[in-house]
Design a protein around this ligand. Structure first.
Ligand code: SF4
Ligand code: SF4
Length: 408
């Protein structure tokens, strides 16, 4: 506990992080701010208070967005403090009233095979007309978390796996391994296709190991540290030493993988070789044709705060001829997705989505680009709810479209 306490004591209670904290903005409670949560964690760690249900609730309400880390002049690493504190709490079991839901979430989301099967059932449920019937009866409103989960999913197409090797085009720069992600591979297979295609155009040979599992991000953020460590070790075995970089196109996965070394010493090497796709493409020569689009960019929390990747996606989008990039006000304020937060805390997630949607409408853009499947889903849900004519895409999808438009 000593390093944990030392980190907690770095907080000088200045309050600079408070206006940046989404839960403080929505709830207006000191104990739902970074400073309040640090105060509570420290009081528990020093044995001055018990880790009561109220304490656990304040930690559960945190999005883990890490906006407070970006704001903090003392360099408090709030993300790992939260993960450690949640890890201690999880030893006592899941929060009361959430035992079944927790079991369901952690049995499903980190298991790509099970996600594929569940989405197959969902397609059947929708095609059979049963979903319309259930909606008409209003039954889903009685189970808000189930309604939140159903509402998140737009059209769900069957996903074809990528080939296990995609050769480099032009001058070869090296070999990368692509993490296809548990959610990304099933819900956004087009993002993985675009990622592989653009990387190949940039001169990278792309390896897509068939046996790859989950990176463990969801478990890390929930404090399920033992499960997270086991997944990290399996991923180290999957991406061997013959790969120059391991590329992610999901901010949550990249952020967790870059921090492997903190939790799993033998995964330090993999952490050092992990890059977001926009980082790796930053200095690449790409054949890009014109796209006449007005685009705005939403910063995924785990890219901008977790990995400090802010300029690379914007710079790449600006390289597309004809594309007009308009800045989104408060682009780095969480959209409410935060892993499974929008399922667990739908009311707060909805308020944050409303704030985000108001900014998107204000921007006048017809396309929102963002680099995380959770944000893609959450913002697309906001677009559908408002009936907007706005496309929500990953930046690499725009790059792939621009490559299609290239005339040579
Ligand atoms: S991680 Fe996000 S929600 Fe949690 S305290 Fe920090 S800013 Fe607030
Ligand atoms: S900005 Fe940093 S030092 Fe100041 S209250 Fe927040 S966490 Fe503590």
């Amino acid at each position: 506990m000593e390093p944990f306490l030392e980190e907690l004591r770095k907080c000088v209670h200045c309050g600079i992080c408070l206006p940046q904290c989404p839960t403080y903005r929505v709830l207006g409670e000191e104990m739902d701010s970074p400073r309040g949560r640090i105060y509570l964690m420290r009081a528990v760690a020093e044995g001055r208070i018990e880790p009561t249900r109220t304490y656990a609730r304040h930690l559960d309400l945190c999005l883990g967005c890490r906006a407070c880390e970006t704001a903090c002049p003392s360099g408090v690493r709030f993300g790992s403090l939260l993960e450690t504190a949640r890890g201690e709490l999880r030893r006592q079991g899941p929060p009361p009233g959430r035992r079944l839901l927790d079991r369901f979430i952690y049995a499903l989301f980190p298991e790509p095979g099970r996600i594929g099967a569940a989405l197959g059932l969902l397609r059947l449920y929708r095609r059979s007309g049963l979903s319309r019937l259930v909606r008409a009866t209003g039954a889903l409103k009685l189970v808000p978390r189930l309604a939140a989960m159903e509402g998140l999913l737009g059209e769900v197409e069957r996903a074809e796996p990528l080939p296990s090797l995609i050769p480099a085009r032009g001058r070869r720069r090296g070999r990368v391994g692509l993490l296809t992600g548990c959610v990304q591979r099933h819900l956004y297979p087009g993002v993985n296709r675009a990622t592989a295609r653009v990387l190949a155009l940039a001169g990278w040979e792309v390896v897509v190991p068939r046996t790859q599992g989950c990176c463990g991000a969801l478990e890390l953020h929930a404090g399920r540290i033992d499960d997270f460590r086991a997944r990290a070790r399996r991923l180290v075995a999957t991406f061997g030493g013959d790969i120059d970089w391991v590329v992610t196109n999901a901010a949550g996965c990249g952020s967790a993988m870059k921090e492997y070394g903190h939790w799993v010493p033998e995964a330090t090497g993999l952490a050092a070789r992990t890059r977001d796709v926009t980082e790796l493409l930053a200095d690449a020569e790409l054949p890009l044709g014109p796209l006449e689009l007005t685009v705005t960019y939403h910063d995924p929390c785990h890219l901008v705060h977790g990995q400090r990747v802010r300029q690379e996606p914007r710079a790449l989008l600006r390289r597309i001829p004809g594309l007009r990039l308009v800045e989104l006000v408060e682009s780095d304020l969480c959209c409410g997705s935060a892993g499974v937060y929008n399922i667990l805390e739908p009311a707060i997630a909805r308020e944050l989505l409303e704030l985000k949607m108001a900014r998107i409408v204000e921007s006048g853009a017809r396309v929102v680009a963002t680099g995380n499947p959770g944000c893609l889903m959450q913002i697309a849900q906001g677009v559908r709810a408002r009936g907007l004519d706005v496309a929500v895409v990953h930046p690499v999808e725009l790059l792939a479209r621009a490559a299609d438009a290239y005339q040579g």
